[in-house]
Design a protein around this ligand. Structure first.
Ligand SMILES: Cc1ncc(C[n+]2csc(CCOP(=O)(O)OP(=O)(O)O)c2C)c(N)n1
Length: 805
């Protein structure tokens, strides 16, 4: 249903602008259409041409790129929306970001940035003249050029859209605590079939119209994916409408391919949507809002896929079908008919009206764009580092656990972090949020609720606790949404943390990878300012999911992050609360990294006082003299290394057993907090020098390494270090069930008894008594197995183990 915007009906001062926006004059339609034609021309030029950019002579095979790479089908729809949004911004001064869900329509967004002049400002070689246009064409999808998607190189983008499904979560994250921002998000109808996108419509249930900006989703039903129909395009429109209305949207529909009718109807609908958004915001911000979730507008746009492209190729329908998805004319170089079709197709946009004799866009075309930073390709919101303000952080030492002696005190480490996050919320009411799928309390971070509720715009009941309209803690049971919201939030310059059960971080692992790629590429672009890091806290970890069956153990995200490039990947395994505080402080100050922090939430032994923790975390790795028997004068007989809280406890306990039962063995204990100290400096910037590596691990002594994650990760990290084969790694080997905490370590062969046996098996010198100690350990393991089955808990000597005397 096309909405007709009526003056005076939106309830905010000056709402008559909606009426004039809704009824573009003939000249305005002409300008919209000219801009759109120019954008389409440049889109096709990027896909096909390596010469003759302005068609000054008839197209010849040598003008055509040898490899035709790119996506046409979605592009005209994307640029159609872009044109109309630009007009709206130029008229109203609205701050906006544009997110193209089907990011494979990259040439359209690149062309738009070029028409707006931003492209040439950032990349002066791609100037607004014939030579620049040719460079624009030649660089696209070419070696040494730019990728085919709305990538990091595309000005105005915070969303690549390569991996489909995240456009709405990015949009919602971008507008949180950003009251003046409108995020217009085009959702592909294929994209709408993805799980993450399907879950992300719910963003409106968390958006506060008084404090947050607005998202305008535009569901682009162009009917097809790569080679088949889309579900929503083939559904009865009434069902689509009911679906979206069910999520709480006010659904507006525009359909067709007639021109100028489509311009007129879309302008009217967009104006109406904008009017509604402003009306909602005005009401909420004047204090008249009764707290009911608004019905935010959403546009369903039905246009043919490949709109304005060749209707038929070789007697087969192309426009309006899946065949227009990529390159509708594939044989242009060798097939004269295709070449002629391309000539006609490009000519149909009348480039001579759009570009002057020098190749620059004519005034009519240029005039559509808003001024300066309001241009969608120039908005600082899409280069969020420009807007980033440091967090006002409290002194993390204020949340310390007072440790007077290692391993004598148990505490829930994440609870201390929760207290710190609480105060970060208070100090930064406009630029910090915690994102968590329903587990803030479970993860012991609940102190944040002392100062902020969870955001929630749906109905509230008297049983609800810490939930409200004004809340800024983000809980939705979707790792995809939490992750994506945080990405949108940080890419627009604000700070946050995503806290999740370790195993279920794998749900959004692909987003971690994609975001890492974005950050990696951004580092090569001087014009992209650094953004706050993506901080991911993995808690409720594999080793302490003894109560949750064999589903809640999955430390795979560590492996995922450490395979990313060293300029973004950081993995920290703080062994206790004070180390966690130091690491968290560091991560929250950092920029443009993916910081993975792994620590369990259960009560755990505390090892270091706060200053020792700071020193240890600053180095990232160190010898724990007090835990070993190595006096440092000669190499030890064996090194026990550990990374991760539970395995650190097993390691220190194993060292104690060796100290007491095999005192002649020289054992060194090394704890690793920053996993990225292990690789060589040439493999990661945190990699420790060979000298330090040898000081810690020697270059010949065997190392029994107890690791929180999958053992292969350590082998990967120490590759290339002196005699890497001497690292014997124990870690999570996919054993687990509902059992006791210590039984998890036993099943994964990483218990203190296993580590003692490993140490004896690999020590380069064995004092007498070693064989007996091994046998004793085997007996202990057998005793453990009998005991847990009979008593349903761990042996008291293990359960209550500490170094307290
Ligand atoms: C998660 C994901 N799965 C698969 C693909 C491969 N892919 C690229 S484009 C496309 C079809 C997209 O269809 P739609 O969202 O409707 O976009 P449009 O039709 O506008 O091109 C697919 C499946 C992808 N990019 N991301």
């Amino acid at each position: 249903m096309t909405a007709v915007a009526e003056q005076g009906t939106y309830g905010f001062p000056g709402d008559e602008v909606v009426g004039s926006l809704a009824r573009p004059s003939v000249d305005e339609v002409g300008q919209l259409d000219a801009w759109w034609r120019a954008c389409n021309y440049l889109t096709i030029g990027q896909i096909y041409l390596q010469g003759n950019p302005l068609l000054r002579e008839p197209l010849a095979p040598e003008h055509i790129k040898p490899r035709l790479l790119g996506h046409w089908g979605t592009s005209p729809g994307l640029s159609f929306v872009y044109a109309h949004l630009s007009r709206l911004i130029a008229t109203t001064g609205q701050e906006a970001v544009y997110l193209a869900g089907p990011g494979h329509g990259g040439p359209a967004l690149v062309a738009a940035g070029y028409l707006e002049g931003t492209y040439s400002e950032i990349y002066p070689g791609v100037s607004q003249d014939e030579g620049g246009m040719l460079r624009l064409f030649r660089q696209f999808s070419s070696p040494g050029g730019i990728p085919s998607h709305v990538s990091v190189t595309t000005p105005g983008s915070i969303h690549e859209g390569g991996e489909l499904g995240y456009v709405l979560v990015h949009a919602f994250g971008a507008v949180m605590d950003n009251p003046d921002l409108l995020a217009v998000a085009v959702v592909g109808d294929g994209e709408a079939e993805t799980g993450p996108l399907e879950g992300s419509w719910k963003g409106v249930s968390f958006l506060n119209p008084a404090r947050d900006g607005a998202v305008l989703p535009i569901l682009h039903l162009n009917g097809a994916k790569i080679s088949g129909p889309t579900v929503l395009a083939r559904k009865d429109p009434a069902e689509v409408r009911a679906l979206l209305e069910g999520h709480g949207y006010d659904v507006l529909e525009v359909e067709g391919d007639d021109l100028p009718g489509m311009h007129e109807r879309f302008a009217s609908t967009l104006a109406h949507a904008w009017g509604r958004i402003h009306g909602i915001q005005h009401e909420a911000r004047q204090g008249d809002w009764d707290g009911t979730r608004p019905r935010w507008p959403l546009i369903v746009l039905r246009t043919p896929k490949g709109w304005t492209g060749p209707a038929e190729v070789d007697g087969t329908r192309v426009t309006g079908t899946w065949r227009s998805h990529q390159v509708p004319l594939s044989g242009v170089r060798d097939n004269p008919e295709h070449l002629a079709l391309l000539q006609r197709w490009l000519g149909s946009y009348r480039p001579e009206e759009l570009f002057g004799p020098d190749g620059a866009p004519v005034t009519l075309v240029r005039g559509l764009a808003p001024e300066g930073d309001l241009r969608l390709s120039a908005t600082p919101h899409a280069n969020g580092g420009l807007l980033t303000r440091d967090l006002d952080l409290p002194d993390f030492r204020d949340y310390r656990v007072d440790v007077t002696q290692p391993a004598t005190l148990r505490a829930e480490s994440t609870r201390r972090l929760g207290e710190m996050l609480r105060d970060i919320y208070t100090r930064n009411p406009d630029r910090f949020r915690l994102f968590c799928p329903d587990e803030t309390n479970s993860n012991r971070l609940g102190a944040v609720f002392e100062v902020s509720d969870r955001a929630f715009m749906e109905r509230l009941t008297p049983d609800d606790v810490a939930i409200g309209r004004d809340g800024r803690v983000m809980e939705v049971l979707s790792e995809h949404s939490c992750h994506g919201w945080l990405e949108g939030y940080t890419l627009t310059g604000r700070h946050g943390m995503f806290a999740t059960y370790e195993a279920f971080a794998m749900v959004s692992a692909s987003q971690t990878v994609q975001h890492g790629k974005w950050l990696e590429e951004a580092k090569h672009l001087p014009w992209r300012a650094k953004v706050p890091s993506l901080n991911v806290l993995l808690t409720s970890t594999a080793w302490r999911n003894d109560h949750n069956g064999f589903s809640h153990q999955g430390p795979g995200l560590i492996q995922t992050v450490l395979t990313q490039r060293g300029d973004v990947s950081r993995v920290y395994l703080p062994p206790d609360a004070n180390c966690l505080l130091s690491v968290a402080d560091h991560c929250l100050r950092s920029r443009s990294y993916i910081n993975l922090i792994v620590i369990d939430k259960q009560p755990q032994l505390q090892w270091l006082d706060i200053e020792e923790a700071v020193a240890h975390c600053t180095r990232g790795v160190g010898i724990w003299d007090w835990a070993g028997t190595d006096d440092g004068t000669t190499d030890p007989d064996v090194v026990l290394a550990c990374a991760g809280d539970v395995v650190t406890m097993e390691t220190v306990a194993a060292a104690q057993l060796l100290r007491e039962r095999l005192p002649g063995l020289r054992v060194r204990v090394v704890n690793v907090v920053d996993l990225m100290t292990l690789p060589r400096p040439k493999d990661h910037p945190h990699g420790m020098s060979t000298t330090l590596f040898k000081e810690l691990f020697t270059d010949t002594v065997d190392v029994v390494f107890a690791f929180h994650g999958y053992p292969g990760a350590i082998h990967q990290l120490v590759h290339g270090r002196p005699d890497a084969d001497r690292f014997h790694v124990r870690g999570f080997i996919e054993e687990g069930t509902t059992t006791t905490p210590f039984d998890m370590t036993v099943r994964n062969r990483a218990s203190r008894f296993h580590l003692v046996i490993d140490a004896i098996n690999n020590a380069r010198r064995l004092p007498s008594g070693a064989t007996d100690l091994k046998a004793w350990c085997e007996d202990k393991l057998a005793e453990h197995s009998r005991y847990v089955v009979e008593h349903l808990e761990d042996l008291p000597e293990v359960r209550d183990w500490s170094l307290a005397r």
